[in-house]
Design a binder for this molecule. Structure first.
Ligand code: UP5
Ligand code: MG
Length: 194
């Protein structure tokens, strides 16, 4: 609201719910910059000279959450590198209590959280999507997926509840096809930017 803080929308939901898919569509239409925490961590894992590669790989395969100091710094660097934008889509973060408190401490004062886009999806549907994705992700196997879902249920759902109490959550069921889901996603963005 007339200040220099960056607009942020957190995009949360279980593995395979369509966070990345919907963020690409939003980014194209609204000019928001898409920052996938998972993509940034995977890039850091591959980066020559990174001291965090092995740690990140272990967390990703086990479906556990990387310490916020690492993820939050990657997000902030990406925001700075992007220049400016109407807003940032922070995809797949914050996923646990550590992420939430670290973000609030480091980035809270520099950002304006517009809302939280919650992409809800039945476990069977989103698990199957990940198994069918075929992009060679080291965590798209049945064992890692069980752990990812468990982490999501135990650690990420409470974060979504936290934002629900603040009336910031816009929930959309994503079991329909991606274009129908996007029609509802657009409604949420149009209301937020009206
Ligand atoms: N698809 C999408 N929408 C569809 C639809 N409506 N109908 C039919 N098919 C649809 O979609 C998944 C697949 O489904 C694709 O093939 C797509 O075409 C199809 P996608 O858009 O990729 O879903 P998304 O929700 O982005 O799934 P993703 O697997 O990326 O979610 P995760 O949350 O599991 O993965 P992420 O990359 O965010 O995190 C991976 C790991 O990184 C975590 O487990 C964790 O170990 C680590 N991490 C952290 O530690 N900290 C963080 O902050 C973030 C990640
Ligand atoms: Mg994704």
């Amino acid at each position: 609201a007339g200040d220099a803080r960056h607009n942020v929308v957190f995009v949360l939901g279980p593995p395979g719910s369509g966070k990345g898919t919907q963020c690409i569509k939003i980014s194209t239409e609204y000019g928001y910059i898409h920052l996938s925490a998972g993509d940034l961590l995977r890039a850091e894992r591959q980066r020559e000279g990174s001291e965090f590669g092995a740690l990140i790989e272990e967390h990703i395969t086990n479906g556990t959450i990387v310490p916020v100091e690492i993820t939050c710094k990657l997000l902030e660097n990406a925001m700075i590198a992007s220049g400016g934008a109407p807003g940032f889509l922070v995809d797949g973060f914050p996923r646990n209590e550590d992420n939430l408190s670290g973000w609030d401490r480091e980035m809270g004062p520099k950002t304006n959280l517009q809302f939280v886009l919650f992409l809800a999806c039945p476990t069977e549907v989103c698990t199957q999507r990940c198994l069918n994705r075929g992009q060679g992700r080291t965590d798209d196997n049945e064992e890692s997926l069980r752990k990812r879902i468990q982490t999501y249920n135990n650690q990420t759902l409470p974060i979504i509840k936290h934002y629900e109490k603040m009336n910031l959550v816009r929930e959309i069921d994503t079991s329909a096809d991606a274009d129908s889901v996007y029609e509802q996603v657009r409604n949420a963005f149009n209301k937020a930017n009206a």
